[in-house]
Structures are given as C-alpha cells and as structure tokens.
Design a protein around this ligand. Structure first.
Ligand code: 2PG
Ligand code: MG
Length: 404
C-alpha cells in the first residue's frame, strides 16, 4: 500500500443537525488530505433500519470511537473501502449497528471515501461512480406535508415536485417557485393563521390530504404553463406512520387495506402523480406488488421504510415485484459498501433508485455526489432551507463540471 493512503489520524466531534439535535461528524486524515462527513437523522424511520445511536445516545458513539474504533483504523488503507466497512461491522458485531451506532458508521464510511477521493484529486462522484457517469438525478422536493415531520399537517408525510428544467439550476429554481406559490395559496386560505414549515421546510397546514392534492396540482400546473416545463408530482405516504394494524387512518377517513391500494392508484390514474413512495405499511410487500401491477407501468412505486437500503430485503421485494424503485439512504444501512450493494442489486434488476436526504439534515452534500455516482433517477432533498440547498447547489456545481 502507498503510504499516501494510510489513515494517519481520525476524530469525531458532536455537531447539530437541522432540528437542533446533536449528531456525529468525523474526520479521516491521510498524509495529504482529509475527508469529513456528518450524519443526518430520520424522524419516520423504518423498523429494519440501522439504529442511529446505541442506548447511551451520541455520547456513547463518541466514547466507543475513542475506546474501540480509533486504534483499529489508524494505518488502514483508505482505498480499501470494503475492508474498512467490514471492519466497522466486525467492531460493532450486530446486524443493525446497535453497538456503535449507524450514524457513526455512516460518517466514518463516507469520510473515508471523501479522504481517498481528495487524495486522488477527484470529486467523490467520480471516485465512487467512475469516469463515465454524466447524468444528474432529477431533484424532487417536498413542498407541502405533515406526518412525522410536523404536527397538524397532512396525514401523508410529503407532497413533492420535480420540475424538469434544462439545467439543474432551472429545475431547482422552479421547484422553489412551486413552493412559494403554495405558501401564497395557503396564506390566502388561512389569512396568515396556522401555517408553518415542517422539518424539511415544506409547508404545513391543518388541511385534508385531498385539499393538499388540489393545491399542489394548481401550483405545479401554473409553473408548467408559465415556464413551459414539465413538473413531475410525487408523494411519500410514509404509510406505516398512520396504519394502526387494521386501518390507514386519515383525518376524516379510515381506509381498509384495499381502499388504501385504490387511493394510492388513484393518485396516479386521476391526479397524474408519478413518484409514489411507501404507499403501504412496511410489512405489506404484497400490497406494494398489487399497486405495482396496477400502475407500475406509468409510475415509480418507491420503497423506503420497507427496504431500508438493505440488499437482503430488496432481494425479496424484487422477487415479489413489490415496487419498481427504491429510496437510498446511507444511514439506513450504515456503510457506503452496503449502500452500493443495494444500489447495484436494484439497478441490475431494472429498478430505479432515488437517493435521499433525511428530515434532520446537516449541510453535508455527500448525497449529491452519491446520486450521480449511483446513476439515480431522482434525488429527494427538499426545495429550500440551508441544509437542503447545500445539496441542491452542489448539484449545480457538479453539472458545471460535467459540462466542462
Ligand atoms: C423519508 C425521509 C425523508 P425521514 O421518509 O423519506 O424525507 O424522512 O428522514 O424522517 O425518515
Ligand atoms: Mg420516505
């Protein structure tokens, strides 16, 4: 091994995420470069995702890093990403990182890749994805919602838009114009009362989901006709959060499983939605399969909580045709190599991938690079707010580089 890639130092610190909660940030230091990554946090988490922190919280992760991890990784070859990720799994010893914390594993794993890329003098998307990658994922952002991301909002967690501009800058600008229009419409309805912003800076108001559907369609159509672009509509039901074991409980209606399937299909058939995430609770593979059979030829049926970026779970879903796309979040599984395995399996099986932020974010922009490296169809990362625009603006820079 070249000494140039030997880990010379490694450290962890506590920083804040966008909800004001502490999270971990790690530095991996090589002789001529450093890689730094801070981990995000979910609010609506899948049952099978990596545990963000061990029982003692962020402090436990920090202590474990100092006492058990640091000495093992010093001197390690930064080009051996798989070996490094395997080492993290060995030190942890569980299958969901409940010992050292999935967020510490995520931060270390991505820091290592960044350090190696920096030493080689290439951007992260090239290091992970190779030199032939040239597509930027379509940015899709949450503009109105509720669920676990805000009290008093819609039952459905996220209503999203993806404007298809000629450049990333045009697309993200138009997404934010849809966001602004929705704010104006809601203010009009509520005369300035009872509206606010959720964790991802999407609008939140005490309205029924069907009203939200009308509002987003109106705003999107206005932008389509004013700017002559297509605006793709998306939704993340995050359905596990309002399934009580028997019914899908909306504010007014309580839907049976079959009614929920029909409702999800109606968003595609009657309202033109294309991106349909987690329409059923996370154990209902068969429900996902039924929706895919019914509308999968005209829409993406995207699994998030059901797959948790886990290749094993995804294998089952692919066999059952329970979806045709998967949401990708590194800290659901804990390492870059495991994320790569899930992406590879999805892509080689003809499924699309959508790289995603978490509702609690930092300003780290690694998902913008990974979205390009993975050849993702979409990148889900909000429309406004510093921790969201950090990623969107990085896409603008990457597009500029790819063009040059
Ligand atoms: C989701 C994500 C991101 P969270 O459900 O897709 O929008 O939310 O990070 O809270 O899991
Ligand atoms: Mg989701």
């Amino acid at each position: 091994m070249d000494d140039e890639f030997k880990i010379r130092d490694a450290s962890v610190r506590k920083v804040l995420d966008s909800r004001g909660n502490q999270t971990v940030e790690t530095d991996i230091v090589l002789p001529y470069s450093t890689g730094r990554c801070s981990a995000p946090a979910g609010a609506s988490t899948g049952e099978t995702e990596a545990l963000a922190y061990p029982a003692g919280g962020v402090d436990s992760s920090v202590r474990l890093f100092e006492s058990r991890i640091k000495k093992k990784i010093l001197g390690f070859d930064a080009l051996d990403q798989k070996g490094f990720d395997r080492l993290l799994r060995e030190v942890d010893g569980t299958d969901n990182f409940s010992e050292i914390g999935g967020n510490l594993a995520t931060a270390l794993s991505v820091s290592l890749a960044k350090a190696a890329a920096n030493s080689l003098g290439i951007p992260l998307y090239r290091y992970v994805g190779g030199f032939l990658r040239s597509e930027i994922p379509k940015p899709i952002g949450n503009v109105i919602g509720g669920g676990a991301h805000s009290k008093n909002g819609t039952t459905v967690q996220e209503f999203m838009v993806s404007s298809v501009g000629k450049t990333v800058l045009e697309s993200i600008t138009l997404n934010s114009i849809v966001h602004r229009k929705i704010g104006i419409a809601l203010r009009e309805m509520f005369k300035d009362f009872s509206i606010g912003l959720g964790d991802e800076k999407a609008w939140t108001a005490s309205i029924d989901d069907d009203v939200a559907i009308d509002i987003i369609k109106t705003a999107a159509h206005e932008v389509e006709s004013e700017h002559k672009v297509k605006v793709i509509l998306g939704v993340d039901f995050a359905a596990s959060n309002f399934f009580d074991g028997k019914k899908y409980k909306y504010k007014e209606n309580h839907l049976s499983r079959d009614e929920q399937i029909d409702y999800a299909c109606s968003l595609v058939k009657s309202h033109g939605f294309y991106f349909i995430e987690d329409p059923m609770e996370e154990h209902d593979f068969e429900g996902f399969a039924e929706i895919t059979r019914k509308v999968g030829s005209e829409a993406l049926i995207v699994g998030d909580d059901i797959y948790t970026t886990n290749a094993k779970r995804l294998e089952k879903g692919i066999k059952m045709k329970a979806g045709n796309a998967v949401l990708i979040k590194v800290n659901q599984i804990g390492t870059l190599s495991d994320t790569w395995d899930a992406v590879n399996l999805a892509t080689s099986s003809g499924w699309k991938t959508a790289i995603s932020h978490r509702s609690g974010e930092t300003t780290d922009e690694f998902i913008s690079h990974l979205g390009v490296a993975f050849g993702s169809e979409f990148i889900k990362t909000g429309t406004i707010g510093g921790e969201r625009t950090a990623k969107l603006n990085e896409l603008v820079r990457i597009e500029e580089e790819l063009r040059d």
